[in-house]
Design a protein around this ligand. Sequence first.
Ligand SMILES: [Zn+2]
Length: 443
Amino acid sequence: MRFGCRGLIVVCVALLLTGLGVRWCAAETAPASTTAPTAVAQPASAQAYNLPPDKLAKAIALSRIRNILDIAGSIWGIVFLWLLMALRGWSGLEGWAQRISGRRWIQGAIFFAAFFVITTLASMPLDWIGHHYSRAYGISVQGWGSWFGDQAKALGLTIVFGTLALLLFNWIVQRWPRRYWLGIWLVTIPILLLILFAEPVAIEPLFDKFEPLSQSNPALVTELERVVARTGTNIPPERMYLMKASEKTNGLNAYVSGIGATKRIVVWDTTAGRIPNDEVLFIFGHESGHYVLHHIWKGFTGAVIAFFFIYWACAGFATWMVKRFGAGWGLQELSSRAGFVVLLFTISIAGFILEPAGNAFSRHFEHQADVYGQEAIHGIVADPQKTTVAAFNDLGEAWLEDPNPNPFIEFWLFNHPSTEHRANFAMHYDPWANRGHGEFFKN
Ligand SMILES: [Zn+2]
């Protein structure tokens, strides 16, 4: 789910459950799904991030495909929900669920489970195209059987947990028809916390294999401990994991996830051992920056505040829509199952409109983590500037990032600054010149 998979599941569940602002600070170093087409390539000498000509052409072509799929996926998700409202599909589904069982909660469970199956199937073609191109360009090495298996697992999880969540939310709408948005907001908070806490131990292992980093890379762990010592973080080797990403991708990555007892740093096995250890130290320093600068908590707080206003505005919008169009769509009230989809529809629109705002926060955090990472390896690697620029070049090449993305695309879709911007900053960042010191470290 790293490229081209912005389906309806993402719109409906990720927005409702994982939050606008939480996932994007979970800190992937490589922006897997973001780059843009470009009309004119700058001369190579002006760039901090360069690709050989054959890879440059591929990167530009692939970026265009990624952007189209990303935007098309978001719009299609919204249009599909609307189409089934206007064609009375959701009210028909509700009638069908009512004929199957007399119990209200069973009707709801059937309705929402079917809702997830239908919306997943609707987003499947775009996901499929995304995976096809990812394989064609040599980023993904995941076979179709394994890929469909992952899709099935994700759908199963969504059906179980998404249905439970939507049943609860729908019940709140029925119970408090006027102030339900406040109730939904209140229960969103513990649900978000639970997801953040449980994701690395309950969800991630279902899709990928993890092992202690020290098992296969003891020398690297020893080097990483020097960064740990310099950053003053309390990240013991038990919290450093290696993810077996090479079974599915050639991309490079590392990330932090979890909160409290489940907090950890994960390095992909495509990264550890494939690029120089100095560069891994920088990536680790960047991830440590997210850890030290409390980006997960800041993102969580931002999402919770945003949700308060989003739910309030969407509730008003959805009430108006049901009044205005409900009769034509076969809906009497918002508290019905089909009426609840109107609320999901308005939240999807809010998510789409607010995506640039969320991405702007994310890019700010990512830039901070870049600065932190470069400072963290000062005194440990010979030349932090050189190492950092080299790391961005390796990351960009592995993901085929476009060196010259369109600025509007960067503004709208990028949750990390473009690789060129990151590499260019690193190339010129030298706070230690003239005996100065960095922003986050005293030496
Ligand atoms: Zn990051």
